[in-house]
Ligand binder design. Structure first.
Ligand SMILES: Cc1cc2nc3c(=O)[nH]c(=O)nc-3n(C[C@H](O)[C@H](O)[C@H](O)COP(=O)(O)OP(=O)(O)OC[C@H]3O[C@@H](n4cnc5c(N)ncnc54)[C@H](O)[C@@H]3O)c2cc1C
Length: 401
């Protein structure tokens, strides 16, 4: 092998939520010879960005050095994966290194396609537009919300799978509640643009969210999405996909969420799902093993399993991949199954939260006994603000939960 070849029994692409939690689990199970390919120096707890945009947490609390979350005994390859050759069992990187693996786990997250809507990429550099989907922009969202005293505020969600499908509406509620507190909500037209026919895919949570939008007087444009942004004219084009109509809406504040898809290099690789243009790694939705390559697994946002793309899903996926990977290495059948669990902590005000938990059946799948989590609750706020971040840094990333 050349000087630029590294060899690992298990190679993991991506040291985000999925990659670190899985590697930590494998180390706890006694596995050695694991390498993580991860170019970034900083690891982010992205769920906090909603609270940053809503003025309820500092951005700095969501960031830690990658070195501090890297499990001991794991080889950190500070490089960007660019291609996978499943026949040669290699990953190629941008620096020209080749990593040879026996087993591969693919979890580089999802790609934000800023350019897929005309004008959106340019608009985020203007003072009226922001997005909680970027660490550097989430504090700007809060500055914009604080300055707003009257006019039109538009919050958008794109069509297609995105990470945390609840985040585009959570920030609308945090903003509306702040404006209510400030006594200016009546002077602000709040518009929420959703591509879906309902507020949420699970009826019991959708009904609760209908009550929330009615409370704030939010105008919801369902089956609709923003198809162009004009940052100079400060207006968005909204397409109603069920009626087949478009209209222009002027804005004074705009919170955008870009369309999302698998990273381009995954789309172009043999491990992508050839049937699906979104290009996610084609895996069995229960075992999380690749449909065609037995020694490849995927979890997290980059996998094709049809769950809601969330960290909550990864909490249930990581133990399944850890167990099935060990079974595959030992030549045993795969027995661990992922049932599609995901959850969405929907911040419905600056003090309340609705914890929507569900699985592949799209029925509620509550994990907290005795309390009714189909309603927005004050105690759940503390779970979102304090409990979940602590769980993430201390237990999930260390492979204990
Ligand atoms: C605003 C917002 C709010 C959210 N709210 C919630 C919430 O309330 N609850 C919840 O459960 N989830 C929430 N999420 C979703 C959650 O953050 C993601 O689902 C989760 O981080 C996905 O984990 P991942 O490991 O697949 O990807 P990530 O955590 O994004 O990690 C991917 C890693 O791969 C690395 N990488 C990328 N490309 C390459 C490459 N070519 N080679 C090597 N490494 C690469 C990246 O640097 C990164 O470290 C939210 C997300 C956002 C943006």
């Amino acid at each position: 092998m050349s000087a630029h070849t590294i060899d690992h029994k298990v190679a993991i692409i991506g040291g985000g939520n999925a990659g670190i939690s899985l590697a930590a689990r494998l180390r706890r199970a006694g596995m050695t010879d694991i390498g993580i390919i991860e170019p970034a120096e900083t690891h982010y707890y992205q769920p906090l960005w909603t609270l940053v945009g809503g003025g309820r947490a500092p951005a700095s609390e969501s960031a830690r050095s990658e070195a501090s979350v890297m499990p001991q005994g794991v080889g950190w390859i500070k490089d960007r994966a660019e291609g996978v050759d499943p026949d040669a069992q290699t990953v190629s990187t941008s620096s020209g290194t080749t990593i040879h693996y026996d087993h591969l786990v693919v979890c580089p997250g999802i790609q934000l396609d800023w350019d897929s809507v005309s004008g959106m990429a340019e608009s985020i550099d203007t003072p009226q537009v922001s997005s909680n989907y970027r660490y550097d922009l989430a504090p700007k969202t809060w500055q914009m919300i604080q300055k707003m005293r009257s006019g039109t505020a538009v919050f958008t969600m794109p069509s297609g799978p995105i990470k945390c499908a609840g985040a585009p509406q959570k920030i609308a509620y945090l903003a509306a509640d702040y404006w209510r507190e400030q006594g200016v909500l009546d002077a602000i037209r709040v518009v929420l643009v959703l591509p879906t026919p309902g507020m949420f895919g699970v009826p019991v949570f959708a009904e609760e969210l209908e009550r929330v939008v009615a409370r704030y007087g939010i105008e919801v444009r369902k089956n609709s999405e923003v198809t162009a942004v004009d940052p100079d004219g400060r207006s968005v084009t909204i397409t109603d996909n069920s009626a087949g109509t478009t209209d222009e809406l002027p804005y004074d504040l705009l919170h955008v969420v870009p369309r999302q898809s698998a990273p381009d290099w995954i789309k172009a690789s043999p491990i992508a799902d050839p049937e699906n243009p979104a290009g996610y790694v084609q895996i069995d939705k229960n075992t999380l093993r690749h449909n065609r390559f037995d020694n490849i697994f995927a979890l997290g946002d980059a996998g094709s399993s049809p769950n809601s793309k969330t960290g909550a899903a990864i909490r249930k996926q990581a133990p399944v991949v850890a167990e099935n990977l060990q079974a595959s290495i030992a030549g045993r059948p795969l027995t661990a199954q992922y049932g599609g669990y995901a959850s969405c902590p929907l911040t419905t005000s600056r003090k309340t939260m609705l914890l929507a938990e569900f699985d592949y059946t799209m029925q509620p799948a509550p994990s907290i006994p005795l309390i009714d989590t189909t309603r927005e609750r004050r105690d759940m706020w503390f779970l979102k603000r304090r409990g979940l971040p602590a769980l993430y840094w201390n237990a999930i990333l260390t492979g204990r939960a």
